[in-house]
Design a protein. Structure first.
Length: 891
């Protein structure tokens, strides 16, 4: 608040002290946008004044100067060239600032007196549509959250992407659902409205902190809970939509808080656009029950779209993303983060991949065409926003032509495939618009044409006439030149043109004497003198006039063409969405052939059967064919809990993750890295990775671990897939073991969901003895020439108890230490409470290393050690004992 007051104060000070008309304009702009840095257009610069100037000087490293220096109304000033402004604005936004653009509303050349100026646009991270600043392969969401007085009513969420004209809304049950959606969307900016803020400040602070953490580095702006436009006032009917990706919109309206959040987002964006209309062509309601829930820790631990390792591209998305267009890339990312649970919808996507797989040879051709599509979706939105330039029209033309070729190529497929791929009828391809654009535009229209034309002169009769005029003018100039040479007898005389001086006659110094006195001297240069004469001036005016008219005509034509495109924009938007879907299916088909993925059977059963499954990322790292594939067979009714043991580095975590990744891929409609797979729909993938395996997160406290475990137990249903990797590490052995046991038992007996539980607690391998639905598995290793060789094979049975010690032996720990370790192990086992938990039956232990006959020395050492009471041993005694043991070893 203090900052705001101060800014207002400054604006007032500027108004009174610098009462020039221009500074009054600035003061008005600042007063209307006290929370923004005002970029005030003065000629070719944007200038910042007062506190804004100081702020920009420090944030952007600009030189701080001042206006009206030395006078009483002196004010700090800093500026940036207008053509370079976007880079500076991007940096200010990245630091959480908002920028108000105050433009000159008329051409200074045509205005008498002061140029009118006003704020035309407020730029914020979530509402910026600049093509060069918005990441191509991700959506750019503005997120709005409304927390009602009674949170139990549901939290309202809206996601608005102005660059793609999309609005998604949701009403979420609790803050964890909210966090999941927000982290999935990774918004650029967050609006938070809290009803009744005063009475619930701690809760709100917690929520705000959580949001800040989920959307790291993103500004969270509080919206006062007053004067809220109602959902209807927002001018959007939320009951209509047709996109399959929006998980089915309800026809009977949208919940209240979701509507309010949408209204908030729209109102905020409209204010940024100074109430100008912007399109919303795709509306959707997000429903948690329509997608496979992937909790936040699972998404990061499974490295779906980002990686915690040194290589940020080491994520699943990077393996499967072979899309050729930005819209395709965005769609693929969204599908990966929100797989479906509806079998029919999943199969439709699989069918598309399959149709393209079977299309064989045309895939290459399709990919080439798709690469030509460009960002059709965003270009057409820019046209509607009035932000398109001639280069955008060029992109549009290329995209539409490519769309036609794609439809043509797909049209050669059999009827079933064409059906599956939902080929648009040719009338919907906007072929006539593409033809129109081809007829109109030059080869490469420029974003900001100065001297280069945008249109072919053959496009328009007026353009043709003007260009002929211009050309004939040039010809007449050539004729005039030779005429002047003849008249004056100066053979070296030249008629030339420069931007600065216009047309002139140049005569070398030695020929000066022959110049008629009626010519006017214009300029002296090294080689001679430059003159002008009435004949030349008239002709020059004619040529320049033609050029000026040409430019004006081009502007008119551009306006008309943009209008025509705008009238079809929504239609092109649909086409773009279809192309994105084709791109995604093609990418997945490409991955399937290149990496040997198969189509999984997806149904409503409760099975999870994977034959020779692989981990997409570890496989890529290992190299094709070097990865050891593994099976999994879980079924809710029969066996649904696997306790997986094995030494460090055996491959437990890899196995767990690959199973989850295969489920996610299957439900997003992709093929999977396996020989065969059968996935009964999973409603949630929940995972928890023990502290030691999650060091990158930097939060290895027991509290965090338990909070996440609790969330898993709360969130899991019998349809969930739970992945627990070394849970219980964050605390003392017995606490950890007891918790791990209780959690496993609960999942097995109460939740009864498909669960993979990797553990280093050997005691846990006794759990299956008392449960028919749990089984022990272990990741095998063997000894080879004194070294451990990890086979990475998941086989039935529990890993040997002495596994760790055996590995330590192979690692070169001395026999003395090892035997001490063995005896300690025996002691601990004697005390282990876990013993009592399991039935005393035959345990399924699988000895990894065939027991070798113990040598006498070690037997004796073992005896010594096992009888030893370490707590009572003095230093001297210990040394003596050590000497004795050493003697024993020497024999
Ligand atoms: P654990 O969790 O048992 O300690 P990890 O799953 O982290 O073991 O695996 C350790 C390393 O072993 C992996 O980084 C990978 O290089 C390799 N690895 C794991 N599983 C396989 C496999 N199935 N085939 C090939 N290499 C594997
Ligand atoms: Mg591990």
């Amino acid at each position: 608040m203090a900052a705001r007051k101060q800014e207002k104060g400054t604006a007032k000070a500027a108004a009174s002290a610098s009462a020039t008309p221009v500074m009054l304009q600035h003061a008005a702009a600042k007063a209307a946008h006290p929370d923004c840095i005002v970029f005030f257009r003065l000629g070719d610069f944007y200038e910042m004044f007062g506190d804004d100037a100081g702020l920009c000087a420090s944030e952007l490293g600009l030189t701080l100067t001042s206006r009206n220096k030395g006078k009483p109304d002196e004010i700090p000033m800093a500026g940036v060239p207008h053509h370079a402004a976007h880079g500076y604005i991007a940096r200010l936004l990245a630091r959480g600032h908002k920028v108000a653009i105050c433009e000159q509303l008329a051409d200074p050349a045509t205005v008498r007196g002061i140029v009118p100026r006003d704020v035309v646009r407020v730029i914020t991270p979530g509402t910026w549509t600049d093509a060069d600043q918005v990441g191509e392969r991700e959506n750019s969401w503005l997120c709005s959250v409304v927390v009602p007085q009674k949170v139990a009513d549901g939290i309202g969420l809206a996601l608005l992407d102005l660059t793609t004209a999309e609005l998604l809304v949701a009403q979420l049950a609790d803050s964890s659902e909210l966090m999941a959606e927000v982290s999935r969307a990774a918004p650029r900016e967050l609006l938070l409205e809290v009803e009744d803020e005063d009475t619930r400040s701690t809760e709100v602070e917690l929520l705000r902190a959580a949001l800040g953490e989920v959307a790291r580095g993103v500004p969270v702006r509080s919206v006062p809970s007053r004067g809220v436009p109602s959902g209807d006032e927002a001018g959007v009917d939320l009951s209509e939509s047709e996109s399959e990706d929006l998980a089915g919109l309800p026809r009977d309206g949208t919940p209240r808080w979701a509507r309010r959040a949408a209204a908030r987002a729209l109102a905020y964006a409209r204010a940024c656009y100074k109430e100008r209309e912007f399109p919303v062509w795709r509306l959707g309601q997000l429903r948690a029950s329509a997608v496979l829930g992937i909790d936040r820790s699972a998404a990061s631990h499974l490295e779906l779209v980002s990686s915690s390792s040194d290589d940020p591209s080491a994520c699943l998305l990077s393996v499967i993303d072979h899309t050729c267009s930005p819209a395709g890339a965005r769609l693929l990312r969204r599908r990966l983060l929100a797989p479906l649970v509806d079998v029919a919808a999943i199969r439709r996507r699989q069918d598309q991949v399959q149709a393209l797989l079977e299309a064989g040879s045309i895939r290459r051709e399709l990919r080439d065409h798709l690469a030509e599509v460009g960002d059709l979706e965003r270009v057409v939105v820019r046209v509607s926003l009035g932000e398109a330039n001639p280069r955008d029209l060029g992109i549009l033309r290329r995209g539409l032509l490519a769309a036609e070729r794609i439809a043509l190529a797909l049209g050669t497929l059999d009827a079933a495939s064409r059906d599956v791929l939902a080929l648009p009828p040719s009338s919907e391809l906007s072929a006539d618009l593409a033809e129109h654009l081809s007829r109109a535009l030059v080869e490469r229209p420029q974003a900001q044409p100065k001297d280069t034309p945008t249109f072919l002169s053959t496009y328009d009769a007026e353009l043709t006439r003007l260009s002929e005029l211009r050309n004939s003018g040039s010809e007449r100039m050539v004729a005039l030149e030779s005429d002047l040479r003849q008249r004056t007898g100066i053979a070296s005389l030249r008629v030339r043109f420069t931007r600065v001086f216009g047309w002139y006659v140049e005569v070398s110094r030695s020929q000066q004497g022959k110049v008629p006195t009626a010519w006017r001297r214009k300029q002296t240069v090294a080689g001679g003198e430059r003159f002008t004469l009435p004949e030349l001036d008239d002709l020059a005016a004619e040529i320049l006039g033609a050029e000026e008219q040409y430019r004006v005509r081009e502007q008119e034509l551009l306006g008309a063409l943009l209008l025509e495109v705008a009238s079809r924009a929504q239609h092109i938007h649909h086409l773009a969405a279809w192309l994105a879907g084709i791109d995604v299916a093609l990418s997945l088909a490409h991955v399937a052939t290149e990496l040997g993925y198969v189509r999984p059977v997806v149904d409503d059963s409760d099975e999870l059967v994977i034959q020779d499954g692989r981990h997409p990322l570890v496989e890529r790292r290992a190299g094709l064919g070097r990865f050891v594939p593994n099976d999994v067979t879980l079924s809710v009714r029969e066996q649904h809990l696997w306790i997986i043991s094995g030494p460090n580095m055996a491959g437990k975590s890899t196995f767990l993750r690959q199973v989850a990744l295969i489920v996610i891929l299957a439900q997003m409609g992709a093929y999977v890295p396996a020989a065969a797979a059968h996935v009964g729909i999973v409603d949630r993938v929940l995972s928890r990775v023990g502290a030691s395996d999650n060091l990158a997160g930097g939060e290895s406290t027991f509290m965090v671990e338990m909070r996440e475990t609790a969330a898993i137990l709360r969130g899991a249903t019998s349809r969930s897939l739970v992945i627990l990797d070394e849970v219980g590490r964050g605390t003392s052995t017995y606490d950890g073991l007891s918790i791990a046991w209780a959690v496993a038992e609960h999942l097995d007996q109460v939740v009864r969901c498909r669960t993979l539980f990797a553990t280093h607690y050997h005691e846990l391998t006794e759990l299956p003895q008392s449960s028919a639905t749990a089984a022990n598995m272990c990741v095998s290793a063997r000894e080879h020439e004194g070294a451990v060789v990890f086979l990475h094979r998941v086989v039935p049975g529990a890993a040997s108890r002495s596994y760790g010690i055996e590995v330590a032996r192979l690692a070169g720990l001395s026999e003395l230490v090892l035997s001490r370790a063995r005896s300690l192990l025996a002691t601990f086992e004697g005390r282990a409470p876990a013993r009592g938990l399991a039935s005393a039956g035959q345990s399924l232990q699988l000895d990894l290393f065939s027991p070798s006959a113990p040598d006498p020395a070690s037997t004796e050492l073992r005896t010594i050690l096992s009888e030893l009471d370490v707590d009572r041993l003095t230093g001297i005694e210990a040394l003596q004992l050590l000497a004795r043991m050493k003697g024993l070893l020497r024999g």
